[in-house]
Ligand binder design. Structure first.
Ligand SMILES: *[C@@H]1O[C@H](CO)[C@@H](O)[C@H](O)[C@H]1NC(C)=O
Length: 907
């Protein structure tokens, strides 16, 4: 049954294997409707092809006409094969028809035509030509060497002809002959060709970015051609792309008869033409946009928004308790961060204060569904050039087109006025200088780069001509680094739109390796109507931790927002009766504006999580980075102060005044009980920074006088109430590791011994978060004070924290373990004070009694005359030790000598 025959007949008959079937020979009429193709390969140097289709069925073939310079040709042709003879039962044929083979070639004037791809379609077999449904155009995949190379929109009908009619030579039973174009070409007839509608395509031609050189010369004066179906429109020429890469006029309109059925929509083709000397106008990049669905818009939408925004708005601003003023020490940006991530154990008293929290997105801000990729103002379309080599995902991207489309139907009646343009209220399109703040919070699960399965990560930023290399601040041995870094840079938008943030691995011995990078389009951040240039906080604060940082006040942003949405701007008034509930809050009118803005689906204050990619494995995550970016156009003035997201630097100042009741550990050569007292102190975890007072020699009563200052500097994470210490884990470690250690102070009393090891007399360990309250008088100071250390699980008492008290003075007991019992080893009188970086600069203080000896100034101690070191003070030794002790012996001796002398003289 499948035997195939040449339409010319007789010659093939002789070769037919089954002669018995000859009476089964039927005659058919084949129509192949070749409408169009899309996304064909570019084979010519000019980025396009000159495609035609070679259609074959059994042993017959025909070709369409050639369409010049396109990857999306519309042939609109019906190819008619009038007398096709096929053996076999028509019913069987209908269920299993032979294929129509379509080969698309690129016509070449010089060489052989090249194959662009092959496709096929199955004809609809019609046993009765008049009744039954018509064929439907379908997109059939085009393959070239097994690889997808576009699609072709075709259909075919195979119509069985009646033998009687044939004998009469009648044509009547066939469908109508399709209309002709020119002399010889049949078009695709009504009923099969797509139904069209006059359609407006509004084009926002915003600008061109990152254009690569073409034939060794940079693209300097490009224009844009937009084609859809048969229509095209060309933009004005960008004079100097370096100076201003945006089009001088941004809105273009193209009217075309386009299919109503989305399936048949021809693509939009963008071509960028460079205007070069001697009238040369090469196409330097092109792009095909196949799916236009997302650009279709409905005129009713705009009206709806306007409606819903009208009406009255009642706002109750939530009452918050008036706040205490201790927050400065207890909270910082990290408290807000941990309060926002739900790690409440790390956020201290932040939440109780009812302060703002922020939104932590677990993906890129562009990938948060509500914000439409931040391409609501314009999209970025990649431009390609030249031959489309296969196997590459991104063959040759030669630049980007920034723009957008709005597609809507127009009435065919010219009397009906066109709807108003969709692209209006366009922002300034010239270059703008902007201040960019990049906050890098932390890295998560970075790809290890070192043999120990860890990393020594640091940040590198590139923006326009600015490169920021933060190698000095690498974080040792971690794949989850806390960066807490803020970088500021200036750039011009749109030219420098691509902000690249990379993480590198510090390496002492070999070169640093890149872990991965992420790129942010700052132009989209600035232009998006979702306010992604600076996220909206929950409240409008004019001071404090959450001080407003946008250049515009909420009321101004609200005005702009209303204008963009085409509604009348809201009015707010300050109501005097509205009392302030929060010491940092701004005026009520601004707070109400902000409250309204917060209901508008704008980007809130946030941290986003960006996946890092390496150039070698562009699809494989190399870990992620939590960051956020603020973009401030300089023309709008100075923004609010940046958040401080660094771990805080603090200094603990300890002044050792006096000791008393210190064990008298030694017996002098003359038999007196005494100690050579000094005091030692350090913060656990920072043992390399141990500090000592000078020695109070020969204390005979356990008293010591020092007036000596220790200064310990440390990084502190108030949110976590931990010190951040980076040091070598082992002596043999090459580099440091970061540790988190509770803030504590150890104070010890020692007896100095010049010729043997010093003797340890007593110790006290002070937890700076639950400080033991010192005694005002030394007599009241006892070991009992050590008993009420807080039990684990006891609620954190903020008032006990040295960070809250700032400065504490008094007596603390030091103990020594003897037979498992604590015994008093001495009492020490100290002042403890915590200062942050600012205060430490404002009120400097040197170590010991070194300069700057101030805040307060420490005078040399007023030690008793008996306090000296005998070895270096022979006179004093004579006077105080030898003389005092052996005074009577000396006197006796002298008397004896004198008596003897007299005695000798007289005798
Ligand atoms: C330390 O002791 C000396 C001598 O007893 C005394 O004069 C001084 O006031 C004491 N210092 C403080 C700060 O109490």
């Amino acid at each position: 049954v499948d035997e195939k025959e040449d339409d010319k007949g007789s010659k093939a008959d002789a070769n037919t294997p089954s002669v018995s079937c000859s009476f089964d020979r039927n005659e058919y009429h084949l129509r192949v409707y070749v409408y169009q193709a899309r996304n064909l390969m570019a084979l010519d140097r000019d980025s396009f092809s000159d495609p035609y289709v070679h259609v074959s069925f059994l042993h017959m073939s025909q070709t369409t006409e050639i369409i010049k310079s396109t990857l999306n040709p519309t042939w609109d042709q019906t190819l008619i094969f009038n007398r096709v003879e096929i053996y076999g039962d028509p019913q069987m044929l209908a269920s299993n028809p032979p294929q129509v083979v379509l080969e698309i070639f690129d016509s070449d004037q010089v060489g052989k035509d090249e194959l662009l791809g092959r496709s096929m379609c199955l004809p609809l077999v019609k046993l009765n030509p008049v009744v039954g449904i018509a064929a439907k155009l379908l997109w059939c995949p085009v393959l070239q060497k097994g690889i997808h190379a576009g699609e072709i929109l075709v259909a075919a009908e195979l119509i069985l002809r009646d033998k009687v009619d044939l004998a009469l030579g009648a044509q009547t039973e066939l469908p109508l002959i399709p209309p002709k174009r020119g002399d010889s070409l049949y078009m695709v007839p009504q009923g099969i060709r797509p139904v069209v509608q006059l359609t407006a395509i509004e084009i926002l031609a915003w600008g061109l970015r990152n254009m690569k050189t073409y034939q060794l010369a940079p693209v300097s004066s490009p224009s844009l051609v937009v084609e859809c179906g048969e229509e095209r429109v060309q933009s004005a020429v960008i004079r100097n792309i370096k100076k201003s890469p945006n089009f001088p006029t941004n809105v273009l309109l193209l009217k075309a008869s386009l299919p109503k059925d989305e399936m048949y929509m021809p693509p939009i083709v963008l071509k960028v033409i460079d205007h070069r000397p001697f009238g040369r106008k090469p196409v330097v990049g092109q792009c095909t946009i196949t799916s236009l669905e997302e650009f279709r818009c409905n005129h009713d939408e705009v009206a709806e928004v306007a409606m819903s925004s009208k009406g009255e708005l009642h706002i109750n601003i939530e009452e918050r308790p008036l706040l205490e003023t201790q927050e400065k020490e207890a909270i910082d940006w990290w408290s807000k961060f941990y309060a926002s991530t739900g790690e409440h154990e790390k956020c201290g008293p932040y939440l109780e204060k009812g302060y703002d929290i922020l939104k932590v997105f677990n993906c890129e801000l562009e990938d948060v569904g509500e914000y439409k990729g931040l391409t609501d103002f314009c999209n970025t379309f990649k431009l390609y050039r030249g031959k489309n080599e296969h196997g590459d995902d991104d063959p040759t991207v030669v630049g980007e087109f920034k723009g957008a489309f709005k597609i809507y139907p127009l009435s065919d009646d010219p009397a009906v006025p066109s709807p108003p343009p969709q692209f209006k209220e366009l922002p300034e399109s010239g270059p703008q200088e902007c201040l960019i703040r990049i906050y890098v919070v932390r890295g998560i699960d970075l790809q290890p780069k070192d043999n120990n399965g860890l990393c020594d990560p640091y940040i590198k930023i590139s923006l326009g001509k600015t490169i920021i290399d933060d190698r000095d601040n690498y974080i040792p041995n971690t794949i989850n680094p806390v960066f807490g870094r803020m970088f500021e840079a200036s750039c011009f938008l749109p030219q420098d739109k691509d902000l690249k943030i990379s993480v590198y691995d510090f390496d002492l011995l070999t070169h640093d390796e890149k872990v991965g990078e992420t790129v942010i389009d700052l132009e989209n951040r600035l232009l998006s109507h979702f306010g992604s240039y600076c996220g909206l906080p929950q409240t409008y604060c004019i001071s404090g931790q959450n001080q407003w940082r946008d250049q515009l006040k909420p009321s101004q942003i609200l005005q702009n927002h209303a204008r963009l949405k085409g509604v009348s701007p809201p009015r707010t008034e300050d109501n005097e009766a509205n009392k302030e509930l929060h010491q940092h809050l701004g005026p009520p009118s601004e707070r109400i504006s902000l409250h309204v803005l917060r209901t508008q689906g704008l980007v809130p204050e946030h941290v986003e999580t960006r996946t890092l990619y390496s150039t070698f494995q562009p699809t494989l995550s190399q870990g992620s980075l939590q960051i956020w970016v603020d973009v401030f156009p300089k023309s709008l003035g100075v923004p609010g102060p940046p958040f401080d997201i660094s771990p805080r630097k603090y200094a603990l100042r300890v002044i050792v005044w006096n000791t008393t009741n210190v064990i008298l550990d030694e017996t002098s050569i003359t038999g007196e009980h005494m100690s050579d007292i000094y005091v030692k102190g350090w913060m656990p975890g920072m043992e390399e920074d141990k500090q000592k007072t000078d020695v109070h020699y020969r204390s005979l009563d356990g008293d010591g006088n020092f007036n000596w200052r220790f200064v310990f500097e440390f990084d502190y994470l108030p949110a976590e109430q931990l010190c951040l210490v980076s040091k070598k884990e082992h002596f043999w470690s090459l580099d440091k590791t970061e540790f988190r250690i509770p803030p504590r102070l150890i104070i010890q009393i020692w007896d100095n011994d010049k010729f043997s090891l010093d003797d340890y007399l007593g110790t006290v360990e002070l937890d700076m978060l639950h400080l033991i309250t010192p005694a005002k008088l030394s007599e009241k100071c006892s070991l009992h004070m050590l008993d009420n250390t807080p039990k684990s699980g006891q609620k954190f008492d903020h008032s006990k924290s040295l960070f809250a008290q700032k400065s504490v003075k008094g007596w603390w007991p030091c103990y020594i373990e003897k037979d498992g019992r604590k015994e008093l080893g001495g009492k020490v009188e100290m002042t403890l004070e915590i200062v942050n970086e600012e205060e430490s600069e404002e009120r400097p203080a040197g170590k010991g009694r070194d300069e700057p000896n101030m805040n307060p100034k420490l005078n040399p101690p007023n030690r008793p005359e008996t306090s000296f070191f005998w070895f270096t003070n022979p006179c004093k030794t004579l006077k105080f030790i030898v003389w005092r002790r052996f005074k009577w012996l000396f006197i006796g001796l002298i008397l004896l000598i004198l008596v003897l002398l007299f005695h000798c003289d007289s005798s």
